[in-house]
Design a protein around this ligand. Structure first.
Ligand code: CP
Length: 317
């Protein structure tokens, strides 16, 4: 398979295992480019990318911006707080405005689940989901999968723990789908109020004891406590959460020595993990950010039709 035969990238559910592997293989090519003095290639020259973010973001937005620039695309940013949305313009009218400007790619983050799916049906441009409500964050899952593949060569048979606020997490939903498609055993862990039993339909195990689970894990993915999405109190206190579910230095001593420690960011130091954990060689949070640029370059490239990668010319000047 040479390219993604699809207009949009909206979720992991609709991607085949072959497509996930293809994205990761191409991402490796783009990551290798980052050590060159000239890091850009002209594969999207003449194309326009718009990042349309209705929710805050640092990593996802900046990495999509950088990925588009490294592929030589023209880039426009849409920031809700300085747009006509604040004057009441609807999503569909915003879409028609972008359509009229002949934008080729729209990268969308929205608080409403399925908003990028709605957009994709109403515009000719390729739509990439950069996170929709609790539903999906497919490019985060792809960069997480790539980051594990880079360390271990394969995800097949690895035991991956996803710990924390699973209920409110689009990252968890997309990670579970990607890791399961690639053959991992996945266990969700957190307080029962944040790890609903219905997640078992994904074919995962559930544990309410991090101390029991930790010694068995090859990879631990710590999720951010999403205080802004929680209505009502789902656990006694952040202090209580830290006591039972944070990766502390003491708990790290009981992990496998080569455990991979991940976090999609932004991290809450002292809640999901201790300060000292961030600087361990096992912790790959910053590598995930670097890999996010390569994976997003790969997605743009493959959605554009993806010619064989060996022949990409270097940007001159
Ligand atoms: N991981 C992630 O989506 O981070 P941002 O919200 O900063 O984009």
């Amino acid at each position: 398979m040479n390219s993604l035969k699809r207009k949009d990238l909206l979720d992991i559910q609709s991607l085949s295992t072959e497509e996930i592997n293809l994205i990761c293989r191409s991402a490796k090519y783009f990551k290798d480019m980052f050590t060159r003095s000239v890091k850009s290639v002209p594969v999207l020259r003449g194309k326009t990318v718009c990042t349309l973010f209705y929710e805050p973001s640092t990593r996802t937005r900046l990495s999509f911006d950088l990925a588009a620039k490294r592929l030589s695309a023209d880039l426009i940013n849409f920031t809700v707080s300085t747009s006509s949305v604040v004057k009441g313009e609807s999503l569909i009218d915003t879409v028609h405005t972008l359509e009229a400007m002949k934008v080729d790619y729209i990268v969308m983050r929205h608080a409403a689940s399925m908003a990028p799916h709605f957009l994709s049906k109403n515009i000719n441009a390729s739509v990439i989901n950069a996170g929709d409500g609790f539903h999906a964050h497919p490019t985060q899952a792809l960069l997480d999968a790539y980051s594990i593949l880079e360390k271990r060569g394969s995800i097949e048979g690895l035991h991956i723990g996803i710990v924390g606020d699973i209920r409110h997490s689009r990252v968890a939903r997309s990670d579970i789908e990607a890791f399961k498609k690639l053959g991992a055993k996945v266990t969700l862990c957190g307080p029962p109020t944040l790890v609903p039993d219905e997640f078992r339909i994904y074919g995962v195990d559930i544990s309410y004891s991090l101390d029991d689970l930790l010694p068995h894990l090859d990879v631990i993915n710590l999720l951010r406590m999403q205080k802004e999405r929680q209505r009502g109190s789902l656990f006694p206190s952040l202090r209580e959460y830290h006591k039972n579910f944070a990766l502390t230095v003491e708990r790290f001593r009981r992990c496998r020595p080569d455990i991979i420690i991940m976090h999609p960011g932004p991290i809450n130091r002292g809640i999901e993990l201790d300060n000292a954990i961030v600087d361990l060689p096992n912790t790959i949070i910053n590598e995930q950010v670097t890999n996010g640029v390569a994976v997003r370059m790969s997605i743009f490239y493959l959605l554009a039709g993806g010619a064989p990668l060996e022949n990409l010319p270097e940007e001159q000047g």
